[in-house]
Design a protein around this ligand. Structure first.
Ligand code: DC
Length: 228
């Protein structure tokens, strides 16, 4: 299988930016697995699916007509021919994504699709269970965290830059709810793989985190070259 770097952690820890920069530096493919759960939530909403019917939600996940298109400003996401790049980032879609992500048949329906991203020359996989469930044999696993307060502060800044007037306390409460949902669910809960390197980005900038992860990748790549 292609070389895989997994990056798991709670929302807002900086995984998205880190993974984009990593994929760029290494020339690897990028899997934003959260986008698949967000797309499932958005498609379920559009189809007025029954949120209590796990099999119906799994069918939505299985039949996602999705296309990821690398572009200058990041990756564009298309659902059934519609550009949903910003629609899937809305808070409500995030909350619904967390709900569908707790549903085992949905997770099973998305498993092969996620694994199919592991192509040469390599993959950077961003999510919650990349190192534990989707790519358990990945040679480099990172678990990236930051305090809930710092993650809320970053989200507020991001929304302000987008011209919105976010409420810090509401954002913090949302982050804490979503953390709890992701950590406490029965299937593939958010937790570090036993062999993951844990990094806390509360007081670290993106460049420092990127340098540490690139060093882990280089070590692993030179180790596997030496073993050959
Ligand atoms: O990373 P994100 O905020 O885009 O993820 C959206 C939701 O999907 C989040 O609540 C957790 C869930 N998710 C998951 O359960 N497993 C993944 N591998 C990725 C995301």
């Amino acid at each position: 299988m292609a070389f895989v770097v997994t990056v798991d952690g709670p929302s807002g820890a900086g995984k998205g930016t880190l993974c984009q920069r990593l994929a760029q530096s290494l020339g690897f493919h990028l899997l934003d697995s959260g986008a698949l759960y967000r797309l499932t939530a958005l498609a379920a909403e559009k189809q007025a699916a029954d949120w209590g019917d796990e099999e119906a939600l799994a069918q939505v996940a299985k039949n996602l007509a999705v296309r990821f298109e690398p572009s200058a400003g990041g990756v564009k996401v298309w659902l059934a021919g519609e550009d949903v790049t910003s629609a899937i980032r809305k808070e409500q879609v995030g909350m619904n994504a967390s709900r569908v992500a707790a549903c085992q048949p949905v997770r099973a329906a998305l498993l092969q699709r996620q694994r199919s991203f592991a192509e040469e020359p390599g993959l950077v996989a961003d999510g919650r269970d990349m190192g534990t469930t989707v790519f358990p044999d990945a040679p480099v696993k990172v678990f990236l965290t930051a305090s809930a307060e710092e993650r809320a502060r970053r989200r507020v800044l991001q929304l302000q830059l987008a011209g919105e007037t976010p409420d810090y306390e509401a954002i913090l409460a949302d982050i804490e709810t979503r953390d709890r949902q992701d950590r406490e669910r029965a299937t593939s809960p958010l937790k570090p793989a036993d062999d993951a390197v844990q990094l806390d980005s509360t007081h670290l900038g993106i460049e420092e985190v990127l340098a540490q992860v690139l060093a882990l990748v280089q070590d692993s790549l030179s180790g596997s070259a030496a073993a050959r």
